[in-house]
Design a protein around this ligand. Structure first.
Ligand SMILES: Cc1cc2nc3c(=O)[nH]c(=O)nc-3n(C[C@H](O)[C@H](O)[C@H](O)COP(=O)(O)O)c2cc1C
Length: 299
């Protein structure tokens, strides 16, 4: 019997679409029955973004507020595997992704079904994945694998290039000086290798061992510096989201958040990180290792 796979994702630039396409290529070649659904929202998130619309997406992303999705339907009643492609927005699942995870049709189809998450991020996806894990658990879906794609350049460099990409829609080299934004083409290409690993485990009924092999294949990596920054930023974003939600003047609150973010990203984070790496990290090696292993896993 051919395996039945549901593939769901939302993408603005098409980057996640390319990742998904390459990942599922081995499934297609093996003759699996693939139901591929590109999600959209009723109220569109513009791409390229304006500065105002970009920061305006922060509070609802962080607080996990859903928005209506354009109608979508599943061809089958049940699937052997669900592949969920998503991107983080403001250290949380993007609003369309949260909306899917809270959607009754998805809850129905995902219950008691294995799910693989495919993340197309800048470089900070740990907290988003924690939220996705919790939401999948709520609907009794069973997370069996996670593959995380990220921009391998320095955090500050990738922050500049992603802003350039988000505000112009161009995935090319800003000023011809900066590297290309987003996930490297080679990494996107490699998604099919991870897809093949997942397919083999699906065919051999060994999905419970999938994540271990994905970790070995470096389909998912956790960087100490980014884990540290994200851990701190997560709490601050939650505070900012609450401030903006309560503010009488949302625009003004978001104006302050925007400048906070710029200072935090380019001035505070590097300094705090330096102090952490020099004075704290050397004494916390075991704790750091345990934390990394936790985020590499799917529990
Ligand atoms: C509003 C917004 C917020 C984002 N926040 C994050 C983030 O917190 N962490 C991260 O790694 N990437 C972040 N990104 C990058 C996205 O996760 C994603 O990699 C990029 O937008 C390309 O996705 P696409 O396939 O939808 O075009 C953000 C992008 C946008 C547009």
């Amino acid at each position: 019997m051919n395996k039945k796979i549901a593939v769901l994702y939302y993408t603005q630039s098409g980057q996640l679409g390319d990742i998904v396409k390459n990942f599922i290529q081995p499934f297609e070649e093996a003759g699996c029955l693939i139901d591929k659904i590109r999600l959209d929202t009723d109220k569109k998130f513009s791409f390229p973004w304006s500065s105002a619309s970009f920061f305006d997406a922060m509070p609802e992303s962080v607080q996990g507020a859903p928005t209506p999705l354009s109608s979508f339907h599943f061809k089958e009643n049940t699937y052997d595997l669900i592949i969920l492609g998503y991107q983080p927005w403001f250290l949380s699942p993007s609003i369309p992704t949260t909306s899917l995870l809270l959607h009754p049709a998805f809850a129905k189809i995902a219950a008691h079904t294995p799910v693989i998450t495919l993340i197309g991020s800048r470089n900070m996806w740990l907290n988003a994945q924690e939220q996705v894990k919790a939401k999948l658990q709520n609907i009794q879906a069973s997370l069996v694998g996670n593959v995380a794609f990220f921009d391998r350049h320095l955090n500050s460099i990738s922050a500049v290039t992603i802003m350039y990409w988000a505000f112009t829609g161009k995935k090319d080299r800003f000023l011809n000086i900066f590297p290309k934004p987003g996930v490297a083409d080679d990494d996107i290409e490699k998604a099919s290798v991870f897809g093949q690993i997942a397919l083999t485990h699906l065919q051999q009924n060994t999905l419970s061992a999938l994540q271990e092999q994905l970790i070995q294949a470096k389909a998912v990596e956790v960087k100490t510096n980014l884990m540290f920054i994200e851990g701190r930023a997560k709490r601050l974003f939650a505070i900012w989201a609450a401030i903006v939600m309560r503010a009488k003047n949302r625009k003004r609150a978001l104006f302050f958040y925007k400048y906070y973010l710029i200072v935090a990203l380019f001035a505070v984070a590097p300094l705090v990180l330096l102090i952490y790496r020099m004075f704290f990290a050397p004494f916390l090696t075991k704790q750091i290792r345990n934390k990394k292993n936790y985020f590499l896993g799917i529990k």
